[in-house]
Design a binder for this molecule. Sequence first.
Ligand code: HEM
Length: 444
Amino acid sequence: MSSAPHREAERGGGQQTLERVPLELSTTESWLDPFDWYAEMRENHPVRYDERRRVWDVFRYADAARILSDPMTFSSDPTRATELDLPEPEARGPLFETMLTSDGSRHDRLRGVVEESFRPRSLVPRAPHIRDVADDLLDDVVDRGEMDLIADFAYPLPVVVIAELLGVPTEDRPTFKRWSDTLVETPADTSEAGLEAFARERRRVDDELRAYFEAILDDRRTDPRDDLVSDIVHAESDGETLSHEEAVGFCILLLVAGNVTTTNLLGNAVRCLTAHPDAMARLAADPTLTTTAVEEVLRYRSPVQALVRVATRDVELAGADVHTGDAVVPWLGSANRDPAVFDAPDEFRIDRTPNSHLGFGRGTHYCLGAPLARLEARIALEQLFARVTDVERASTELDPVRSAFIYGVRSFPIRYRAHPETTPRPQVETVDDGATTRRTDRNA
Ligand code: HEM
């Protein structure tokens, strides 16, 4: 049985150890394609302790699923970790006060504030508008014959959608991008001076985000509207449901979670499809395949590759001896390629069923925005292939998102031809959460 060879490892110069990536992923190639490394780890070191990051890395599906399904043993609260360099409590910022980092009744209370708004039935009326937003973005680039899929389409679409849901001005989206990038990326310069500059930039972004959302929360206190910020203000105003700090954290979480991940889902989808032209041709010819194609991208190139939990008791994990307070990182991206669960896991199959990937997590923290992300991705791909054809990569170079958790590319130039025929828009929009399908009629 292995156990963490505690605990004399050198401290990380004040950098949050959670932001560090494993050394094995420190080259551009491995960041872009970590899957060979995952395969080796699943086979030979399915649970290993990384002394540098002071976390347990977990690579097999069964172990990752077990961790996520047992929140009593594996807490989502990083402050329970004994070996991580977290910022001092006063410097932690509102993102430490969210449902994502809470357990038990606090988590349920926070999630309950907005849960209803993200259910498929609440999203149905929004589907036609999401299609309009996608189409407007495509109007600007279709005739050009080339675009950066990320900057021109995959970034603006989800950010406009979540900004509208929240009720914040969509014109502020360049600022949202700078904020989100700073919050998810790992420092490029790991010298002491570089890490300090990174920590300062983080604090600056925390302060800017706090000031931005405090002003909007103030506004909705006097002028409530039909948006999520108003729901959050309402929950804060009863003095029990939400504290002020939680209200601010809520807005930031929804803004960041609602755009970074979906941008990378779309970028990863087009990356997969340009690498598999047969699959792209099939999808373009038969848009009903889009739902399963999106699930396959979530499995094959998962936008969230890893999560973090903290052991609340001593526990054995696939032969490893994990102690109370140890941080554990289930690698979703590896679990999703586990041959114990998926037939030919390294094949990209747009009609794969069943497809029980962990791309949205599992258990109590299962992605709140999953129905929205699925809807946006399906509409985005349907509209893209309705408007353009012969899509191919326009650059051989790829620049990965440099994050310990988020997986995608920063830009993805493509070439294409405008579609010679106009495809009619669906008259009935559907929203599917895997179990149920809900419909809205455009003419109703
Ligand atoms: C492709 C897009 C997305 C992916 C891959 C994704 C992935 C995930 C994953 C893996 C988790 C589980 C975290 C954990 O267990 O610790 C999660 C949670 C969450 N996601 Fe998403 N997400 C996506 C889109 C969205 C969108 C559009 C929103 C909407 C605002 C959203 C909001 C959230 C929230 C609030 C949580 C925390 C839920 C909780 O703690 O109960 N996500 N997401």
